[in-house]
Design a binder for this molecule. Structure first.
Ligand code: FAD
Ligand code: DHB
Length: 390
């Protein structure tokens, strides 16, 4: 097999890159470890920045998004039993959009299948070679057969546990990170959302809680839990009781509960690998960095990497200029670090840490007052939440 760009991973990063390249007339083949059904069964992000929505429209996959998504003008921050609305639209002129990662992925898969483009699912034993040579090669096994794909470039879009980042020699890669001493247990349920027009973030001595949604009839809720907890520790009843305890009385009173249709625990971590390019290999999305989910940035950051990478590859093939690919890592990382900072800060502000003492709690409360009462602080938050400019 031979292609121009071999894409490792059919998550949102890999599929979006494939779609943007296809529309520019560049050949790409995607290989994915899981089946398509398994990729679609992972419940993850749900809030899209305006630039993410614009990029999906530019990729030709905005039609269902336009029809089915729900626009949020702002967010609620709950603490001390009171909700505070941050009006993102009034402060920035921008909005965010509720539309699940699963739906984004499905739209991209459908577009790819509709164009007859090749995606190889359920591949195993992927290994990459030739990144610093005259051509790169992705080797893999599929249904027991060994296959070899030659290409000009490899896009490592294979998430945090993928093979791409690990193909960079240790002495060429710097890693930075934090593990947080808690996780989020998330529940998906077919009940109307508690706050259908704004995500609610709650800070409480018992721990953080979050009310989000996928549609007007499907809700997504999270509560902070110890890292050692397992899903079996959390019956639906325990989850709903704990969520209600962490919300303001009004939101808790209006909460409609029901059986969970998905329940999972996600660890929280911050992580960045530098650089995001090694020879013919480029990293994008979770393959290069992880943000804690506070602030809903993971998917949006993946999309902004992919946009930069697609532009750089298009410039290379169309204009025979390597300026974009040579500056990709540096340009992407400038943005990555700003978003890492926001997600880290929002995590420190809103969660209860095992070592949070009375002083630390008062500092969090004072910062929450500043955030909700000082317009310059609300505006800075809103600008980050709505999405930083490129
Ligand atoms: P991924 O979605 O991880 O896709 C990578 C793909 O590569 C996967 O399909 C994987 O199977 C495939 N792959 C891996 N290894 C190989 C290999 N060797 N060969 C071929 N293919 C391979 N963000 C938010 O904003 N809000 C959230 O609530 C939220 N919740 C999350 C919950 C969890 C459990 C996780 C893990 C992430 C969550 N995120 C959330 C982050 C967000 O979902 C990610 O930032 C986003 O999925 C990144 O997309 P990606 O395509 O870069 O990586
Ligand atoms: C969702 C996840 C987040 O991390 C967040 O900050 C907002 C919403 C969600 O899954 O809908």
């Amino acid at each position: 097999m031979r292609t121009q760009v071999a894409i490792i991973g059919a998550g949102p990063s890999g599929l979006l890159l494939g779609q943007l390249l296809h529309r520019a007339g560049i050949d790409a083949v995607i290989i994915e470890r899981q089946s398509a059904e398994r990729v679609l069964s992972r419940i993850r992000a749900g809030i899209l920045e305006q630039t993410t929505v614009d990029t999906l429209h530019a990729a030709g996959v905005g039609e269902r998004l336009q029809r089915e998504s729900i626009v949020h003008d702002g967010i609620n921050i709950v603490y001390d039993n009171q909700p505070h609305f941050i009006d993102v639209r009034a402060l920035t002129g921008a909005v965010v959009t509720a539309y699940g990662q699963t739906e984004v992925t499905r739209d991209l898969m459908d577009a790819r299948a509709g164009s007859g483009l090749p995606t190889h699912y359920e591949v195993e034993e992927v290994w990459l070679e030739g990144m610093t040579g005259s051509k790169a090669v992705a080797h893999f096994q599929q249904h027991g057969e060994t296959r070899r794909m030659e290409c000009d470039y490899i896009a490592g879009c294979d998430g945090f546990h993928g093979v791409s980042r690990r193909s960079i020699p240790e002495d060429r890669l710097r890693e930075f990170g934090r593990a947080y001493p808690f996780g989020w247990i998330g529940v998906l349920a077919d009940v109307p959302p508690a706050s259908p027009h704004a995500v609610t973030y709650a800070h409480h001595a018992r721990g953080f809680a979050l009310c989000s949604m996928r549609s007007l009839t499907r809700s997504r809720y999270y509560v902070q839990c110890p890292s050692s907890d397992r899903v079996e520790d959390w019956s639906d009843a325990r989850f709903w009781d704990e969520l209600a305890l962490r919300l303001d009385a009004r939101t808790a009173g209006e909460l409609i509960t029901g059986p969970s249709i998905d329940k999972s625990i996600a660890p929280l971590r911050s992580y960045v690998a530098e650089p995001m390019r090694w020879g013919r290999l480029f990293l994008a999305g979770d393959a290069a960095h992880i943000v804690p989910p506070t602030g809903a940035k993971g998917l949006n950051l993946a999309v902004s990497d992919v946009r930069l990478l697609a532009e750089a590859l298009i410039e290379h093939y169309r204009e025979r200029s390597d300026a974009g690919i040579d500056s990709y890592s540096q340009r992407a990382l400038r943005r990555v670090w700003k978003v890492e900072r926001f997600s880290w800060w929002a995590t420190l502000l809103l969660h209860t840490f095992p070592d949070t003492d009375d002083f630390g709690r008062r500092m969090q409360e004072a910062e929450l007052d500043t955030l909700t009462q000082l317009e310059s602080a609300s505006r800075s938050f809103a600008e980050h939440y709505a999405g930083l400019a490129f």
